[in-house]
Design a protein around this ligand. Structure first.
Ligand code: NI
Length: 171
């Protein structure tokens, strides 16, 4: 297994949409192993293909926390149905040190293939529902900051430039 480099905004690969995975072969299995390791090492609660510059429809999620890990590997995930409203704070490994509340659905029904190729349908709410929406957005080239109001986007850009500058100074 290997740690992958996590791409950061404004890397253009994060704005591209990812292609479906036709066959879950050794290459996909290795990619998934590396994505899982990279997510836990970061640490983060989710990671999508484009974040490691792989434009394929795969996400890994673990919203369970250290005490109760609940790893989900979702290949070709899609949202079949959604309901309700949620407005929770989000962050992203590709947008370091910036957090903001984002409007989402509070409940989703999702379908995906697991690593064995089995089709899974799941209904979920709470943090996991937010995670699925956030990660599936990545597959469409969309980041959580793209969902902010234009006013908040302006604030984000100013703050984020400073965050990047500070990180440059630390290098
Ligand atoms: Ni993210």
């Amino acid at each position: 297994m290997a740690l992958l480099q996590i791409r950061r905004y404004p890397d253009p690969v994060l704005a591209k949409s990812a292609a479906p995975i036709a066959e879950i072969d050794d290459e996909v299995r290795t990619l998934v192993d590396n994505m899982v390791e990279t997510m836990y090492a970061a640490p983060g609660v989710g990671l999508a293909g484009p974040q490691v510059a792989v434009l394929r429809r795969v996400v890994v999620i673990d919203c369970g926390g250290e005490e109760d890990p609940q790893l989900i590997v979702a290949i070709n995930p899609e949202i079949l149905d959604r309901d309700g409203e949620s407005y929770e704070e989000e962050g992203c490994l590709s947008v370091p040190e910036y957090y903001a509340k984002v409007k989402r659905s509070s409940w989703v029904r999702v379908r995906y293939q697991n690593i064995d190729g089995q089709v899974i349908e799941m209904e979920t709410g709470g943090l996991l529902a937010v995670c699925f929406q956030h990660e599936i957005d990545h597959l469409e080239g969309k980041l959580f900051v793209d969902r902010l109001s234009s006013l908040k986007k302006g604030i984000f850009r100013k703050k984020y430039i400073k965050i990047l500058e500070q990180q440059q100074e630390q290098l």
